[in-house]
Design a protein around this ligand. Sequence first.
Ligand code: ATP
Ligand code: MG
Length: 267
Amino acid sequence: MPPSATPATRAREEGPATGALLATRQLTWRIGEVAIVDNVEIDLRPGEFLGVIGPNGAGKTSLFNLISGLRPPTTGQVLLGGQDVTALPPHKRARQGLGRTFQSSSVFGSLSVRENVRLAVQAQRGGSFKLWRRAARDTAVAEAADRALDRVGLGHRGEALAGTLAHGEKRKLEIALLLAGEPTVMLLDEPMAGVSAEDVPELVAVIRSLTGDSGRSVLMVEHHMDVILELADRIAVMHHGALLACDTPDTVMANATVQEAYLGEAL
Ligand SMILES: Nc1ncnc2c1ncn2[C@@H]1O[C@H](COP(=O)(O)OP(=O)(O)OP(=O)(O)O)[C@@H](O)[C@H]1O
Ligand SMILES: [Mg+2]
């Protein structure tokens, strides 16, 4: 296991963190003596697509759990828009623009596709239940849900039961659920998991469109290297909890330490 606090784990811009939508500082999660996430420092710039790769068990999902607030770190900070959110629970981070999908599916199979997205919009908006406001609010929620479905190419599947969707459609629905929360930072954990090869290009196009407007940023874990190389502006490499490198795809792929970490393991 690499030692903690090595210069290699510090893959961030020097100087103030201003401008980064999401930043982690010395972020560490230990179970006993083992650092599952080891002193990770990343900066996600506005509009940036940052891919996260690493062998199975490298700590990628654990890093996302710390960033989203699902677990408290042992030490270190998570900053959203320059503000320290380390003490905030997941729903408060979501209100501040942080959205995530999960590695396993989080869709209500017995509800329709449209109902799933409406629930996600309502959850994000919360707000007043006063009757006289209800109708206007319901219309706004329905419109936002339909916009999210159109964004991912599921506009025609609104009435289908979510449980009947094919894998590729389900992944799109999960992204629509995420969009319903109007996030500025999106965490995607293996969005291609279980998707058949013929559905991958369409899903890649949907994911690429996420950073295409309004400075929204994406942090994405993905095992398909061709997808990462196609989408990512920069790639962060995790190994045994630590960040080995964080740079442009060409530089990362040419990095000897990265190649060594992957020796004998599928990327
Ligand atoms: N709650 C937990 N209790 C104990 N060990 C855990 C826990 N969560 C994760 N781990 C361990 O931490 C390490 C990192 O797991 P994590 O799921 O973050 O890896 P990953 O990079 O996402 O892997 P994969 O590519 O397989 O999804 C693994 O060794 C895992 O067994
Ligand atoms: Mg994982």
